[in-house]
Ligand binder design. Structure first.
Ligand SMILES: CC(C)(COP(=O)(O)OP(=O)(O)OC[C@H]1O[C@@H](n2cnc3c(N)ncnc32)[C@H](O)[C@@H]1OP(=O)(O)O)[C@@H](O)C(=O)NCCC(=O)NCCS
Length: 227
């Protein structure tokens, strides 16, 4: 998971690949407590990698060590005051992103292991327009783009958003190896985001993906604060 996304200054990104030796002892006791009822070893490891990536993001931002707990009654990560962040994990590793909330209003991140997906996924998540340009073998990048938009916006609105409430199209600012997608809301989302609001998404494939199947795919979305 050797990603190098191009991001504006002030936005910190960290990836922790599955090969890194991560021990639960690196977590804060309050974070370990969140794992109390989790018996799946794979889930515990992914959680630990996600928290370690988030801690490293705080370090890059010069924010003192702090546990990343959950906002009460939700799975939403509770970042320290003054920080917006997002994290994601898959069997190949974990990624986290964060920034000061005086500069950035929201960030969303998603990492997926490239895999064959059931053809039904296209029906579930794609609009008619998206079906006209997404190749069926690459539905995972559409899925990931929508997940990262949701993860950026949900903390601000706290309401459901359907996969077909957002439409994605390739953006002409793409400079490989980083794809840019433009996401547009097909309905108003809360009072904050009107119908037609659009967001840019950065999408990268890990270089390992060229060498072997089953690499990973990263999607990032950020909303800069208007001055
Ligand atoms: C919330 C959701 C996006 C999380 O995805 P996931 O499959 O668990 O996988 P990821 O590894 O990418 O993300 C997990 C992390 O996201 C964070 N998270 C969980 N719920 C979240 C939410 N509602 N908003 C933002 N972040 C969230 C947590 O930090 C979580 O990790 P943790 O449990 O270890 O703390 C997904 O489960 C979901 O509900 N999707 C359906 C809705 C959707 O995507 N709609 C798209 C509309 S365009």
């Amino acid at each position: 998971m050797n990603f190098a996304p191009t991001l504006p200054p002030g936005i910190a990104f960290v990836a922790v690949p599955a090969g890194a030796s991560i021990k639960e002892s690196l977590l804060h006791p309050e974070e370990l407590a969140l794992l109390q009822s989790t018996t799946s070893e794979a889930r515990r490891i992914e959680f630990a990698r996600g928290r370690v990536a988030a801690h490293q993001v705080l370090k890059v931002l010069n924010v003192g060590p702090s546990p990343i707990l959950r906002i009460f009654g939700t799975r939403l990560p509770a970042w320290p005051s003054g920080v917006v962040g997002s994290l994601s994990h898959c069997p190949l590793g974990a990624v986290a992103i964060g920034a000061g909330e005086n500069q950035v209003e929201a960030v969303g991140i998603d990492v997926e292991q490239e895999r064959r997906v059931r053809p039904k996924l296209m029906e579930k998540i794609a609009t008619t327009f998206e079906k006209s340009w997404v190749q069926s073998g690459d539905i995972i990048s559409l899925f990931s783009a929508k997940e990262c938009i949701y993860k950026a916006l949900f903390p601000l609105v706290r309401a459901p958003l359907g996969f077909r409430d957002v439409e994605i199209e390739p953006d002409s600012s793409t400079r490989l190896p980083e794809w840019k997608f433009r996401a547009r809301l097909l309905r108003a989302y809360g009072t904050k985001f009107q119908l037609g609001t659009s967001f840019l998404i950065h999408c990268l494939r890990s270089p390992e993906a060229k060498l072997q199947s089953g690499g990973s795919l990263l999607s990032i979305c950020y909303i800069l604060r208007r001055k």
